[in-house]
Design a protein around this ligand. Structure first.
Ligand code: HEM
Length: 409
């Protein structure tokens, strides 16, 4: 399972009237954020047959994230995910290798390419008519930037697009057999990319995938299962999270024209504002842990070997930290924002994701003089996905301005 891959489906609830509240599977599917907000007001943890102990409170989430010795990431014996399924010292070793691909310099080097992708897609958006952006714009942006970042050919963008859609349906349906075969298909896509690189046919490419192939761990090259797991993390889970984030940001801006104006005037505020928008409307719902010993959490004792699910979508909306009514305070809330995690497993791709989301938002705000909502009600994605299933907006196009010029206009 990849790091941003959601749980496939919710299982039967665990009845325990004396314990923490039990998650109602129907309520979870109908309105997950509403359910988390409600449960969190009653107890900082809840229980569920599949999620195990669901961590709702911000303080409790921090407690879990800061103690990887007690809350282990080795949640699956069958699928060792690199590096998110490892604990120290193995995690430290692989994480050091992975972090080389996410330095500030590398991200800055990729920015012009990302800007081109954003500009192409924004320029193709129709003006003055309702547009559903999840189906076309948000996923296309995520696919295009990720493919270019990896140095993969255009044909993989099309194959991945189709695959992402099919995988999404399989995750929602929750059929483990179908999910298994779809995961296998993806491994084939990656194996084909690796075989192509190793065959030596065609020009030698000097890109990120090539560099990954040449990495060593313990004095040996990475194995195919390790490479596949790393590349799965950098594609599959991440594509959905970036696409969800694009939809959330556009919808939030459409609902808050005052914020649009402020960001057009002060583009330097775009990056922190995006983090805050994604705190309030989360693109990623949860990640898993397992306890290595009995431990107290949220006023209850949790036994050893118990599944624990950190609900970013709840902890990041905890009113005791962020105030009530989803109060927007980009600067004031930044230090406590768990959008990109915390502790040793914090997101290595945070800088890259922030740059990608800032770039596409800058392009949109510079090109569109107004983004308006073109739907009557939100269409939230049901658990286990974050963000929205669909988002319809209307863009009013203006003259093409560079972001700085847009700020001056
Ligand atoms: C808006 C976009 C993104 C969000 C919200 C996000 C969020 C997160 C969070 C919350 C974690 C911590 C998981 C945990 O503690 O179990 C994480 C880990 C991770 N993320 Fe991201 N992420 C994003 C984009 C990316 C991108 C673009 C990449 C790579 C291309 C990436 C690669 C990873 C990897 C490899 C880990 C595992 C790190 C480890 O276990 O040490 N993420 N991410």
């Amino acid at each position: 399972m990849s790091v941003h891959e959601p749980h496939s489906a919710i299982g039967a609830a665990v009845p325990d009237s004396a314990g923490p509240p039990v998650i109602d599977p129907d309520a979870l599917l109908a309105d997950q954020l509403g359910l988390f907000d409600d449960l969190r007001g009653r107890c900082p943890i809840a229980v569920d047959g599949r999620l195990g102990v669901a961590v709702l409170g911000h303080a409790e989430a921090v407690r879990v994230l800061d103690d990887p010795g007690t809350f282990s990431s080795a949640v699956s014996a069958q699928h060792a995910a690199v590096p998110n399924g490892f604990d120290p010292p193995m995690h430290t070793q692989y994480r050091e290798l992975i972090d080389r691909f996410f330095t500030r310099e590398r991200t800055a080097e990729f920015e012009p390419d990302c800007k081109t992708a954003a500009a192409e897609l924004v320029a193709a958006l129709p003006g003055d008519e309702p547009v559903e952006i999840m189906g076309r714009f948000a996923l296309d942006f995520a696919l295009r930037v990720q493919r270019r970042w990896l140095g993969w050919p255009l044909s993989t963008e099309l194959a991945l697009r189709e695959w992402v859609v099919r995988r999404h349906h399989a995750m929602v349906d929750g059929d483990p057999v179908v999910q298994g075969s779809i995961a296998e298909e993806f491994d084939h896509v990656i194996r084909a990319v690796l075989a192509d690189r190793r065959s030596g046919s065609g020009p030698r490419r000097n890109d990120l995938t090539q560099e990954l192939l040449e990495q060593q761990i313990d004095g040996r090259p990475l194995s195919d299962p390790e490479l596949i797991s790393i590349l799965r993390n950098w594609t599959v889970g991440e594509l959905a999270t970036i696409a969800a984030s694009v939809g959330i940001v556009i919808r939030y801006l459409a609902v808050h024209p005052d914020l649009q104006d402020r960001l057009r005037q002060h583009p330097a505020m775009i990056a922190t504002s995006i983090d805050e928008i994604l705190r309030i409307v989360p693109p990623l719902i949860s990640n898993r842990r397992v306890t290595t010993r009995a431990v107290d959490l949220g006023g209850f004792t949790i036994p050893a070997h118990e599944r624990v699910t950190v609900l970013w979508a709840s902890a990041n909306r905890d009113e005791s930290v962020f105030g009530s009514d989803n109060h927007f305070d980009a600067v004031g809330h930044a230090a406590d924002n768990l959008l990109y995690g915390r502790g040793i497993h914090n997101c290595p791709g945070a800088g890259l994701a922030r740059m990608e989301l800032r770039t596409v938002t800058e392009e949109l705000l510079a090109r569109m003089v107004l983004i308006e909502l073109a739907e009557d009600a939100p269409d939230p994605a049901p658990f286990p996905d974050g963000g929205y299933r669909s988002v319809s907006v209307r863009f009013t196009t203006g003259p093409v301005l560079a972001p700085q010029a847009a700020a001056m206009a």
